[in-house]
Write a protein that binds this ligand. Sequence first.
Ligand code: 5GP
Ligand code: ZN
Length: 113
Amino acid sequence: MADCVFCKIAAGEIPADKVYEDGGVVAFRDISPQAPTHIIIIPRAHIESAADISEDSAHLAAECFAAIARIAKSERLEGGFRVITNAGADAGQTVGHLHFHLLGGVKMGEGLI
Ligand code: 5GP
Ligand code: ZN
């Protein structure tokens, strides 16, 4: 998608601190980290948000979660981690390309974030 910052990162047109990539998924460190480990995981394919996942595209989300498990190991998050996806304005989504936040490296509370 032409004006999508995450599509551009996936294509290598915008630099990012990538920690993992394969044919379907790219993961990179968040530019404004909210935890000691804060990684963004995206499908290469442009999907707006979790609200747009269909049976045809659900495998892309599954691939993201397979990558999340691998990255959690390589980042040594054996103590635990949190995965968040924001979908739409009320959730505070700022980049309109489906992404998962992987947060860890700190003991988190039991609340929403
Ligand atoms: P959202 O609020 O949409 O769930 O999360 C978007 C996330 O993407 C934010 O945490 C923001 O810091 C991160 N982000 C936005 N633009 C860039 C960028 O150009 N590079 C990187 N590495 N992260 C970005
Ligand atoms: Zn995109």
